[in-house]
Design a protein around this ligand. Sequence first.
Ligand code: KIV
Length: 271
Amino acid sequence: MSTQGRLNKVTTSSIREMKKSGEKIAMLTAYDYATALILDRAGVDIILIGDTLGMVVLGYESTLPVTMEDMLHHTKAVSRATQKAMVVADMPFMSYQSSAEEALRNAGRFLKEAGAHAVKLEGGRDVAATVQKITAAGIPVMAHLGLTPQSIHQLGGYKVQGKDEAVANRIIEDAKVLEEAGAFSLVLECVPTALASKVTEAISIPTIGIGAGVGCDGQVLVINDMLGMFDRFVPRFVKKYGDVGTAIKEAVGSYIDEVRSGQFPGPEHSY
Ligand code: KIV
C-alpha cells in the first residue's frame, strides 16, 4: 500500500511488518509543528526529531550541545502535528551515556511529557544494557550504528564507517546485539552499501539507511538537507528534492522590494 493512502497509525508492529512484506520505510526529520503537519499529511512513516536540530535549526557546529530541554521542546511541537506517523525522539548527547537508570528516566520524559512514541540512541554493544532497560519499561528504542555523530571527536570526522573488515564485522555483530537487546529498528549511517545490505539480512528488525545504499529496509534524510534549506555542510548522500532555500530567498527579496517601493500592502490587503 502506498504510504499516502495509509489509514492507520504507524506503530512498531507495522514497521516490522513492512520489513517482512518488503515495503520500504520512508522516514524524515522534522523539528517544528508546521513541517511535521506537512510530512504527516504527505504520508511519511516515521518522523524523527533528530539531534541534527542542533546544527540545522539552532546553528551549532555539531550535535553535542543539544540538551534534553531542546529536544523535549521540539518533540512536543512535532507530536502536536502528527496523526499517523510514528514520532521518534533522538536522545541527546549525555542524556543516556552515564547510566542506564538516567537513560530510562530521560527516555520516559519523551513519551510522558512530549508525546513521542519511541526514542533513538547511538551506539553498539556499549549501549545494549541501556537499550534493554528502556525497552523493558515499554519504551521502543531505535538504535543507530555506523557514523554516530555524538562520537564525532572519537571517530575523527564525518566519514564513512566500516570500510575495513574489522569495523564492518563489529557493526554486523553490534546490530545483532542491539536486536537481541530489544531495539525495534536500526539506523545505519554512512556505511558502504554492501555492508548495510549484510546487516539488513543478518537481523529481523528493519534497517533505515542514511548514506547506506538501497539495500536497507527504509531511508531517512534530514528535512533541511533534502529541501535545500541548509548548505553549510551537504554530505554526498543527500538528494535535494526541492530548493526551498532559494524559494524563500526569492520570496523575501520580492517582499523587501515591494515594501521599499510602497507596492505592498495594496488595497486588497488593507482595511
Ligand atoms: O539526528 C538526526 O537527524 C539523525 C538522522 C540523521 C538519522 O540521527
